[in-house]
Design a protein around this ligand. Sequence first.
Ligand code: ADP
Length: 370
Amino acid sequence: MAKVELKGIGKVYDGNVRAVDNANIIVEDREFVVFVGPSGCGKSTTLRMIAGLEDITEGELYIDGELMNDVPPKDRNIAMVFQNYALYPHMTVYDNMAFGLKIRKVDKAEIERRVREAARILDIEKLLDRKPKALSGGQRQRVAVGRAIVRNPKVFLFDEPLSNLDAKLRVQMRAEISDLHHRLNATMIYVTHDQVEAMTMGDKIVVMKDGKVQQIGSPLYLYNHPINKFVAGFIGSPPMNFLTVKIVEKGGKLVADEGSFEVTPTDEQAKALKAYIGKEVYFGIRPEDLTFTTSPVASNNMQMKISVIEPLGAETHLFLTTKTQSCVARCSPDNKYSIGETVNFTPLMEKGKFFDKDTELSICETPTTE
Ligand code: ADP
């Protein structure tokens, strides 16, 4: 069992740099939780506080209900895998994996058993006599993970472990770590700035920005119910489009006026948008929720010009411009498109989102944070 609980955790460096502010996060036993956000948002600091590598300025950290704030790192039963792997260059793979156990004075036969077992799990048995310099990036990464596995920790922490690998290897290692999570049945916390890694690996994602947790939820929950414009724009690729629109009343109905076209909110959206009549809001629509139509439709017709065409094979991304704004649509590669052409799109309004221009919070629904 290993449940990790952060209660009002905060970190202030050198008395004035606030890196983390009031983080409340629960990592359930055996869960794979990803902390994601842009560089400098405080994800590594949060992870390092869990590991005990940074002092906790405010709040409480519990592992299995036990207060950990003042427990030294070596007694937290946690293993961390770093971005740079931190392997000892002069030691063999075997010794790199055995080192932590030797220091802890684990019995020699037991060390041998654990190292061989970890090597088997990671398929690196043939590399045990090699030194790190004779390994590829992916193999070094596996050794770093192996060193964590032999410790049989309660919790695994990963700090951007794949960022030194090339794109193809990253995709492969991503799948390997997910597979390892299932096989070891362990609690894992994983830090990345890459939203694709977060979406594909996490049971639960914690989105952070400027030291603050923005929203916590499953990948698809965050995708479908972002709490604010930041989460909406961060999760998903290509990102959600945001068009500034003015909410106006027309013939007893609310419409969102872009300047070049109007779209009509659903009845439910209109209820919440009543408070915004005469004001500007952001209309958020994902690239896949814009449907291409060969001729203009009677309502909700977004007429735009094609500025860039990106054919990706399975789909084509069109970069579109209105008179003053731009957006991206994910389209079928079967249609013929040409640059400069005027085209028509219909937004799937029930998938559309509206965000307050000042607070950037979602207007029409109140998503949960977990
Ligand atoms: P992330 O992992 O999301 O990139 P970090 O947790 O590394 O972000 O950093 C969060 C903030 O704390 C940043 O503004 C960073 O500059 C600052 N910071 C990180 N480590 C230190 C440190 N040792 N001393 C002072 N400020 C730090």
